[in-house]
Design a protein around this ligand. Structure first.
Ligand SMILES: Nc1ncnc2c1ncn2[C@@H]1O[C@H](COP(=O)(O)OP(=O)(O)O)[C@@H](O)[C@H]1O
Ligand SMILES: [Mg+2]
Length: 373
């Protein structure tokens, strides 16, 4: 409850007589002590509520041409710390259910309540909101503890996994004697699995950092034509192994963006890696750079398995691996796109996707441009 010695209440009702009679009752409520104010206009009430003007709101069902329900729908009481109580002229279960569904804490019938009932309703509504706030606080703490756990666990996992990589590397380099072709093939498989494990651990660490707000961008003028040429050339080796080609179409004019080069590089490594993972052999991945008025737009276009329409909205969620014909074989953490969107957003950029099952996928990344270039 607030530190002031009374609860401030706003009655939203277009009838002054209602205010006067309610106020007489409110004055007799001592537990909690209350102060009632009145607002007769729907628009003004919306404004006051948006400013968290009072500790509790009583809303009349009838508000001129509007209804109290419209107001509840607009202000979304569920998302607000203050309780809302709906007042009606007659007892009506349907209205009551509707009001509670819209997030009202209680429902009172005019003329059917006295000071004691009002006091009960205020206490009940305020108590309910307080309990909700505590639960919410608890959820935030749990979430932070989970993020912290993921971060610590990934740090701990990285060291032994890096050790395995080094030992397998030594065996493959022939440091402990010549290998038979079978031994070498098995070790290469172990090496690949370990690489995948390390990539997942690194994704977890990257996500933990961005979630904790620890990513600090060092933006600078960055030539996106050049950056994408570098990324495309690095990724072309992996693509080649999968029988795929990467084709770069740079912008014809300077494509200077204002970005953190290392972070944005990783975004495109992710997108091109996905494009390749979720495409079959003999396909081409196109990377197109365009310069718009205010942004540099990079498209990563693949001819892969595509994405179902209903899955598009889940793509950028944390741990969202979406099943497709190649996803089991490809492996992954479901964190790449979540992280990519977070850091593109940090740049005030935008990431979009267009796709159809079987028809390939295009990711578009809009990055802020340096306007004087
Ligand atoms: N280019 C693409 N083509 C088809 N599906 C894709 C593509 N990129 C991403 N996806 C889908 O989105 C999901 C999430 O991608 P991402 O966050 O990079 O995680 P991961 O690649 O580790 O699974 C993938 O599991 C995949 O189903
Ligand atoms: Mg990925």
């Amino acid at each position: 409850m607030p530190a002031v010695s009374y609860i401030s209440i706003l009655l939203v009702d277009d009838d002054k007589k209602e205010y006067l009679s309610t106020n007489r009752l409110v004055k007799r409520v001592t537990e909690p002590k209350c102060k009632l104010e009145w607002c007769s206009s729907f628009e003004k009430a919306k404004e006051l509520i948006a400013q968290h003007s009072h500790d509790l709101y009583m809303i009349d069902y009838k508000l001129g041409e509007h209804s109290g329900m419209d107001l509840l729908r607009m202000v979304e009481p569920d998302k607000r710390p203050e309780p809302f109580i709906l007042l009606t002229d007659v007892a009506d279960r349907t209205i009551e259910r509707q009001a509670l569904k819209l997030g009202a804490s209680d429902y009172l019938v005019k003329g059917a309540f006295d000071a004691e009932l009002l006091s009960n309703s205020f206490n009940y509504s305020l108590g309910r909101k307080q309990a909700e706030a505590q639960r919410f606080e608890h959820l935030i703490e749990l979430n932070q503890a989970k993020d912290e756990f993921i971060s610590v666990a990934s740090h701990q996992l990285r060291t032994p996994a890096t050790g395995v990589k080094q030992y397998i590397g030594m065996l493959l380099d022939g440091m402990f004697g010549e290998l038979t072709p079978t031994q070498e093939a098995v070790l290469l498989k172990a090496y690949d699995s370990n690489e995948r494990q390390l990539r997942i651990v690194s994704d977890l660490l990257k996500v933990a950092r961005v979630d904790a707000g620890k990513v600090i961008l060092k933006e600078a003028e960055t030539d996106m034509n050049k950056l994408l040429a570098e990324v495309a050339s690095e990724e072309s080796e992996i693509a080649r192994k999968r029988g795929q080609k990467i084709k770069l179409k740079p912008a014809s004019k300077p494509a200077t963006a204002w970005v953190d080069k290392d972070t944005i590089r990783m975004v495109f490594e992710n997108l091109i890696d996905n494009a390749s993972k979720y495409s079959r052999r003999d396909t081409t991945i196109e990377v197109v750079v365009r310069v718009n008025k205010k942004s540099v737009v990079v498209k990563v276009i693949d001819q892969g398995v595509g994405i179902e329409e209903e899955d598009l909205s889940k793509l950028f969620e944390k741990f969202s691996r979406i099943h497709n014909p190649l996803s089991t074989q490809a492996g992954g953490s479901g964190l790449g796109l979540y992280w990519a969107k977070k850091v593109v957003d940090l740049h005030n950029g935008k990431i979009e996707v267009e796709s159809s099952p079987g028809g390939g996928t295009t990711f578009l990344v809009h990055l802020p441009r340096l306007l004087y270039k």
